[in-house]
Design a protein around this ligand. Structure first.
Ligand SMILES: [Zn+2]
Length: 306
């Protein structure tokens, strides 16, 4: 009799492992061992060593979405999306989330409702469950009348996603991940300067997410604790943002710029960031940029080596 191929020989064992995994998962469910956040079956399998490989450390990926913003934050305790790129980014954003094994988002943050920051949300909200949606409070005259904005409102309503307007002082914690809202404290006259500015901390490291905040909003932040390890540079590296005084306080070790090939970062901003001592990463030349925090160390990798 021919020896069974390794593939065939492995089959019954794998079936047994799967069965054991399901039994273990059910026991976990009923004994309250699972984290309070509902993670779905993929995560359940992942907990017992099967299913998609999800990172067991903190990571944040700044997606190459051109002159727009979209970042996926993942830790064993939470999955969060900060901004959703343009409408055209929606299908790729959804695909990336699924590829990472994420079928539920604990939080979606829209820093401000310009179409390069929320366009892709409607497709994500139509397919994934979202625990909560954050946005800044805006005066009526600043609420956009774009098709993108209308579609997102519709998707939020249809999916019955709870919407929270947040402002300076608000905070959320997901296990070891803390998200503080540093700004805005009061409404400004345009959407960019009403951007939600977030400080995300994990394992003693911090990431400052600026949305499209310009110097006007940066000035309102100077009294805050701005020191950070990573700066997600404001307004796609435009010269309207990243002022010298602001950078002198933030002093990031790494600066990430989400920019498009047709609208690269301003040279003057690059000079100011270099002067502040930051290692600069840019999506327009390096593609997706992923930052991982493991044992207090920050590792940065990019899709294209540059
Ligand atoms: Zn923008």
């Amino acid at each position: 009799m021919a020896e069974p191929s390794p593939k065939e020989a492995g089959k019954p064992a794998r079936k047994r492992i799967k069965l054991l995994a399901v039994i273990a998962a059910v026991i976990c469910l009923f004994s309250g061992l699972l984290p309070p956040i509902q993670r779905g079956w993929k995560q359940l399998y992942a907990l017992v060593g099967l299913g998609p490989s999800v990172s067991q450390t903190f990571s944040i990926t700044f997606l190459d979405v051109g002159s727009a913003d979209a970042a996926i934050l993942y830790s064993p305790e939470c999955a969060i999306l900060v901004d959703g790129g343009t409408y055209d980014c929606g299908p790729e954003l959804y695909r990336r989330l699924l590829h990472m094994g994420i079928d539920h988002l604990d939080l979606v943050v829209n820093t401000h409702p310009d179409k390069d920051h929320l366009g892709g949300f409607s497709q994500v909200l139509s397919h994934l469950s979202v625990e909560e949606y954050w946005e800044p409070e805006l005066p009526k005259e600043l609420i956009p009348e774009t098709e993108e904005y209308r579609l997102v409102r519709e998707a939020l309503k249809e999916s019955q996603t709870p919407i929270q307007t947040v402002s300076a002082g608000d905070c959320a914690t997901f296990g070891e991940v803390t998200i503080q809202v540093l700004s805005p404290a009061v409404s400004a006259a345009d959407t960019n300067n009403n951007s939600l500015v977030l400080k995300i901390t994990y394992d003693g490291r911090s990431i400052l997410m600026m949305g499209d905040a310009e110097e006007k909003q940066e000035e309102t932040l100077l009294s805050k604790e701005l020191a950070c390890d990573v700066l997600k540079v404001g307004h796609h590296g435009s010269n309207t943002s990243s002022g010298e005084e602001f950078l002198a306080q933030a002093l990031p070790e790494y600066a990430v710029i989400s920019a498009g090939k047709n609208r690269p970062p301003d040279e003057r901003v690059l000079e100011r960031l270099e002067k502040a001592g930051a290692n600069i990463f840019r999506t327009d030349t390096q593609g997706d940029i992923t930052l991982t925090i493991e044992n207090g160390e920050i590792l940065v990798s990019s899709e294209n080596i540059k």
